[in-house]
Design a protein around this ligand. Sequence first.
Ligand code: IPE
Ligand code: IPE
Ligand code: MG
Length: 264
Amino acid sequence: MWRKIFGVGKRGTADTEENLSPHLAVDRESMPRHIAIVMDGNGRWAKAQGRSRSAGHEAGAHTLKSIVRAASNMGIEVLTVYAFSTENWKRPHREVDFLLNLFDSFLEQEIAEIHAQNVRMRFLGRRDRFTDRFLRRMEDTEERTGPNTGMRFNLAANYGSQDEILRAVRSVAVRVAAGEITPEEIDETFFSNVLDTAGDPPVDLFIRTSGDLRLSNFLLWQSAYAELYFTETHWPDFTPEELARAIEEFAGRSRRFGGLDPEK
Ligand code: IPE
Ligand code: IPE
Ligand code: MG
Protein backbone atom coordinates (compact mmCIF):
# COMPACT_ATOMS: atom_id res chain seq x y z
CA MET A 1 0.00 0.00 0.00
CA TRP A 2 2.18 2.81 -1.32
CA ARG A 3 0.84 6.28 -1.56
CA LYS A 4 2.31 9.68 -1.90
CA ILE A 5 2.41 11.95 1.08
CA PHE A 6 2.39 15.50 -0.10
CA GLY A 7 3.98 18.33 1.80
CA VAL A 8 1.02 20.14 3.23
CA GLY A 9 1.56 22.03 6.46
CA LYS A 10 -0.94 21.68 9.27
CA ARG A 11 -1.43 25.40 9.21
CA GLY A 12 0.39 25.73 5.95
CA THR A 13 0.19 28.66 3.64
CA ALA A 14 0.59 28.32 -0.09
CA ASP A 15 3.88 30.18 -0.36
CA THR A 16 6.64 29.19 -2.74
CA GLU A 17 8.85 27.32 -0.26
CA GLU A 18 5.92 25.14 0.74
CA ASN A 19 5.33 24.25 -2.88
CA LEU A 20 8.90 23.00 -3.06
CA SER A 21 8.41 20.51 -0.23
CA PRO A 22 9.35 17.09 -1.51
CA HIS A 23 6.94 14.35 -2.35
CA LEU A 24 7.62 11.15 -0.55
CA ALA A 25 6.82 7.76 -1.95
CA VAL A 26 6.71 6.15 1.48
CA ASP A 27 3.92 4.38 3.27
CA ARG A 28 3.00 6.24 6.44
CA GLU A 29 3.69 3.18 8.62
CA SER A 30 7.23 3.00 7.18
CA MET A 31 8.04 6.61 8.06
CA PRO A 32 10.53 7.29 10.85
CA ARG A 33 8.84 8.81 13.90
CA HIS A 34 12.02 10.42 15.22
CA ILE A 35 14.82 11.79 13.01
CA ALA A 36 18.11 13.00 14.50
CA ILE A 37 20.63 15.04 12.50
CA VAL A 38 24.29 15.85 13.14
CA MET A 39 24.48 19.05 11.12
CA ASP A 40 28.16 18.77 10.24
CA GLY A 41 30.34 20.38 7.58
CA ASN A 42 29.64 24.11 7.76
CA GLY A 43 33.38 24.78 7.94
CA ARG A 44 34.27 22.50 5.03
CA TRP A 45 31.47 23.98 2.93
CA ALA A 46 32.82 27.48 3.62
CA LYS A 47 36.40 26.46 2.86
CA ALA A 48 35.39 24.96 -0.46
CA GLN A 49 33.78 28.28 -1.36
CA GLY A 50 36.72 30.37 -0.15
CA ARG A 51 34.52 31.89 2.55
CA SER A 52 34.81 32.27 6.33
CA ARG A 53 33.66 29.59 8.79
CA SER A 54 31.09 32.14 10.00
CA ALA A 55 29.60 32.30 6.53
CA GLY A 56 29.34 28.50 6.67
CA HIS A 57 27.46 28.62 9.95
CA GLU A 58 25.09 31.27 8.58
CA ALA A 59 24.38 29.12 5.55
CA GLY A 60 23.83 26.17 7.92
CA ALA A 61 21.21 28.14 9.85
CA HIS A 62 19.40 28.79 6.58
CA THR A 63 19.39 25.06 5.82
CA LEU A 64 18.02 24.30 9.28
CA LYS A 65 15.08 26.59 8.65
CA SER A 66 14.14 24.73 5.46
CA ILE A 67 14.63 21.28 7.01
CA VAL A 68 12.43 22.09 10.01
CA ARG A 69 9.69 23.20 7.67
CA ALA A 70 10.11 20.17 5.39
CA ALA A 71 10.14 17.65 8.26
CA SER A 72 7.06 19.24 9.76
CA ASN A 73 5.28 19.15 6.39
CA MET A 74 6.21 15.49 5.94
CA GLY A 75 4.49 14.67 9.21
CA ILE A 76 7.62 13.73 11.17
CA GLU A 77 6.79 13.45 14.87
CA VAL A 78 10.17 14.46 16.32
CA LEU A 79 13.18 16.18 14.74
CA THR A 80 16.30 16.53 16.89
CA VAL A 81 19.29 18.47 15.59
CA TYR A 82 22.81 18.83 16.99
CA ALA A 83 23.74 22.51 16.97
CA PHE A 84 26.55 22.73 19.57
CA SER A 85 28.23 19.96 21.54
CA THR A 86 29.74 20.01 25.03
CA GLU A 87 33.03 19.49 23.16
CA ASN A 88 32.56 22.47 20.83
CA TRP A 89 33.72 24.87 23.60
CA LYS A 90 37.24 23.79 22.56
CA ARG A 91 36.91 25.91 19.42
CA PRO A 92 38.39 29.41 19.19
CA HIS A 93 36.57 31.91 21.36
CA ARG A 94 35.55 33.94 18.31
CA GLU A 95 33.83 31.01 16.62
CA VAL A 96 32.01 30.00 19.84
CA ASP A 97 30.78 33.59 20.29
CA PHE A 98 29.64 33.74 16.71
CA LEU A 99 27.68 30.50 17.04
CA LEU A 100 25.98 31.55 20.28
CA ASN A 101 24.91 34.85 18.72
CA LEU A 102 23.70 33.00 15.65
CA PHE A 103 21.46 30.72 17.79
CA ASP A 104 20.02 33.79 19.48
CA SER A 105 19.23 35.57 16.21
CA PHE A 106 17.94 32.33 14.65
CA LEU A 107 15.40 32.07 17.45
CA GLU A 108 14.53 35.73 17.29
CA GLN A 109 13.86 35.51 13.55
CA GLU A 110 12.30 32.09 13.32
CA ILE A 111 10.16 31.74 16.39
CA ALA A 112 7.06 33.27 14.81
CA GLU A 113 7.24 30.92 11.86
CA ILE A 114 8.03 27.87 13.98
CA HIS A 115 5.02 28.72 16.10
CA ALA A 116 2.85 29.28 13.00
CA GLN A 117 3.82 25.79 11.83
CA ASN A 118 2.38 24.43 15.08
CA VAL A 119 5.87 23.11 16.02
CA ARG A 120 6.78 22.51 19.69
CA MET A 121 10.35 23.51 20.38
CA ARG A 122 12.61 22.32 23.18
CA PHE A 123 16.32 22.61 23.99
CA LEU A 124 18.50 19.67 24.97
CA GLY A 125 21.72 20.02 26.91
CA ARG A 126 23.30 21.88 29.80
CA ARG A 127 22.08 25.40 30.45
CA ASP A 128 24.93 26.53 32.66
CA ARG A 129 27.13 28.39 30.20
CA PHE A 130 24.69 30.55 28.29
CA THR A 131 24.03 34.26 28.74
CA ASP A 132 20.92 35.32 30.65
CA ARG A 133 19.55 36.79 27.46
CA PHE A 134 19.83 33.50 25.57
CA LEU A 135 18.46 31.54 28.53
CA ARG A 136 15.40 33.79 28.58
CA ARG A 137 14.98 33.33 24.85
CA MET A 138 15.11 29.52 25.26
CA GLU A 139 12.58 29.58 28.08
CA ASP A 140 10.24 31.95 26.22
CA THR A 141 10.42 29.76 23.12
CA GLU A 142 9.61 26.59 25.06
CA GLU A 143 6.79 28.29 26.88
CA ARG A 144 5.28 29.87 23.80
CA THR A 145 5.41 26.78 21.58
CA GLY A 146 4.74 24.27 24.39
CA PRO A 147 0.98 24.00 23.75
CA ASN A 148 1.47 23.36 20.00
CA THR A 149 0.38 19.96 18.75
CA GLY A 150 2.55 19.52 15.64
CA MET A 151 6.12 18.30 15.27
CA ARG A 152 8.43 18.32 18.28
CA PHE A 153 11.66 20.15 17.36
CA ASN A 154 14.58 19.53 19.72
CA LEU A 155 17.65 21.73 19.35
CA ALA A 156 20.68 20.30 21.13
CA ALA A 157 22.93 23.15 22.30
CA ASN A 158 25.71 22.58 24.83
CA TYR A 159 24.64 18.97 24.55
CA GLY A 160 26.68 15.80 25.05
CA SER A 161 25.06 12.41 25.40
CA GLN A 162 27.43 11.25 28.13
CA ASP A 163 26.81 14.45 30.06
CA GLU A 164 23.03 13.99 29.64
CA ILE A 165 23.22 10.39 30.91
CA LEU A 166 25.32 11.41 33.92
CA ARG A 167 22.93 14.25 34.82
CA ALA A 168 20.06 11.76 34.60
CA VAL A 169 21.88 9.15 36.71
CA ARG A 170 22.64 11.73 39.39
CA SER A 171 19.02 12.90 39.54
CA VAL A 172 17.82 9.31 39.86
CA ALA A 173 20.44 8.56 42.55
CA VAL A 174 19.16 11.50 44.58
CA ARG A 175 15.59 10.18 44.36
CA VAL A 176 16.67 6.67 45.36
CA ALA A 177 18.65 8.05 48.31
CA ALA A 178 15.57 10.04 49.38
CA GLY A 179 13.48 6.85 49.27
CA GLU A 180 11.18 8.20 46.53
CA ILE A 181 11.88 5.28 44.18
CA THR A 182 13.50 1.86 44.44
CA PRO A 183 16.37 0.72 42.20
CA GLU A 184 14.02 -1.94 40.73
CA GLU A 185 11.76 0.76 39.30
CA ILE A 186 14.57 1.99 37.04
CA ASP A 187 13.86 0.27 33.72
CA GLU A 188 14.35 1.46 30.10
CA THR A 189 11.09 3.41 30.02
CA PHE A 190 11.78 5.09 33.34
CA PHE A 191 15.31 6.03 32.32
CA SER A 192 14.24 7.33 28.88
CA ASN A 193 11.91 9.69 30.70
CA VAL A 194 14.59 11.28 32.84
CA LEU A 195 16.72 12.21 29.82
CA ASP A 196 16.47 15.59 28.09
CA THR A 197 14.34 13.91 25.38
CA ALA A 198 11.75 12.74 27.95
CA GLY A 199 8.51 11.76 26.26
CA ASP A 200 9.98 11.34 22.76
CA PRO A 201 10.06 8.00 20.95
CA PRO A 202 13.55 6.55 20.30
CA VAL A 203 15.50 7.79 17.28
CA ASP A 204 14.56 5.82 14.16
CA LEU A 205 16.76 7.56 11.61
CA PHE A 206 20.14 9.11 12.51
CA ILE A 207 21.58 11.33 9.78
CA ARG A 208 25.08 12.81 9.69
CA THR A 209 26.17 15.14 6.92
CA SER A 210 29.65 15.86 5.57
CA GLY A 211 31.16 12.40 5.43
CA ASP A 212 32.52 11.63 8.89
CA LEU A 213 31.43 8.22 10.15
CA ARG A 214 30.98 8.84 13.86
CA LEU A 215 28.33 9.76 16.42
CA SER A 216 30.27 12.52 18.25
CA ASN A 217 28.43 12.04 21.55
CA PHE A 218 24.92 12.58 20.14
CA LEU A 219 21.86 10.72 21.51
CA LEU A 220 23.74 7.51 22.38
CA TRP A 221 20.94 6.04 24.52
CA GLN A 222 18.12 7.24 22.24
CA SER A 223 19.78 5.86 19.08
CA ALA A 224 20.33 2.32 20.41
CA TYR A 225 18.43 0.87 17.41
CA ALA A 226 18.53 3.82 15.01
CA GLU A 227 19.19 3.30 11.32
CA LEU A 228 22.26 5.31 10.31
CA TYR A 229 22.43 7.47 7.18
CA PHE A 230 25.73 9.12 6.34
CA THR A 231 26.08 11.49 3.42
CA GLU A 232 29.02 13.39 1.92
CA THR A 233 26.79 16.47 1.49
CA HIS A 234 27.91 19.35 3.70
CA TRP A 235 25.13 20.62 5.93
CA PRO A 236 24.59 23.95 4.07
CA ASP A 237 23.92 21.94 0.88
CA PHE A 238 21.51 19.46 2.53
CA THR A 239 18.02 19.82 1.03
CA PRO A 240 14.46 18.65 1.73
CA GLU A 241 14.91 16.40 -1.32
CA GLU A 242 17.88 14.66 0.31
CA LEU A 243 15.92 14.34 3.53
CA ALA A 244 13.22 12.63 1.49
CA ARG A 245 15.84 10.28 -0.02
CA ALA A 246 17.13 9.40 3.45
CA ILE A 247 13.58 8.63 4.57
CA GLU A 248 12.97 6.49 1.49
CA GLU A 249 16.18 4.57 2.16
CA PHE A 250 15.10 4.14 5.79
CA ALA A 251 11.72 2.81 4.68
CA GLY A 252 13.48 0.12 2.64
CA ARG A 253 15.64 -1.16 5.49
CA SER A 254 14.84 -4.35 7.37
CA ARG A 255 14.70 -3.51 11.10
CA ARG A 256 14.95 -6.68 13.13
CA PHE A 257 15.63 -5.35 16.65
CA GLY A 258 17.50 -8.55 17.40
CA GLY A 259 14.71 -10.78 16.12
CA LEU A 260 14.21 -12.42 12.75
CA ASP A 261 12.96 -10.90 9.55
CA PRO A 262 9.25 -11.84 9.36
CA GLU A 263 9.42 -12.03 5.54
CA LYS A 264 12.25 -14.59 5.44
C1 IPE B 1 28.97 21.90 12.18
O1 IPE B 1 29.91 22.30 11.27
C2 IPE B 1 28.53 23.01 13.11
C3 IPE B 1 29.04 22.88 14.48
C4 IPE B 1 29.75 21.92 14.95
C5 IPE B 1 28.66 23.95 15.38
P1 IPE B 1 31.45 22.35 11.62
O2 IPE B 1 31.79 23.70 12.13
O3 IPE B 1 31.83 21.24 12.52
O4 IPE B 1 32.06 22.13 10.18
P2 IPE B 1 33.37 21.29 9.83
O5 IPE B 1 33.23 19.95 10.43
O6 IPE B 1 34.53 22.06 10.40
O7 IPE B 1 33.37 21.27 8.33
C1 IPE C 1 29.32 17.41 15.91
O1 IPE C 1 30.17 17.99 14.99
C2 IPE C 1 28.62 18.49 16.67
C3 IPE C 1 27.70 19.29 15.90
C4 IPE C 1 27.36 19.14 14.65
C5 IPE C 1 27.10 20.36 16.63
P1 IPE C 1 31.71 18.25 15.30
O2 IPE C 1 32.27 18.87 14.09
O3 IPE C 1 31.86 19.00 16.57
O4 IPE C 1 32.22 16.76 15.52
P2 IPE C 1 33.68 16.15 15.46
O5 IPE C 1 34.59 17.08 16.20
O6 IPE C 1 34.06 16.06 14.01
O7 IPE C 1 33.54 14.81 16.09
MG1 MG D 1 32.49 19.33 12.19
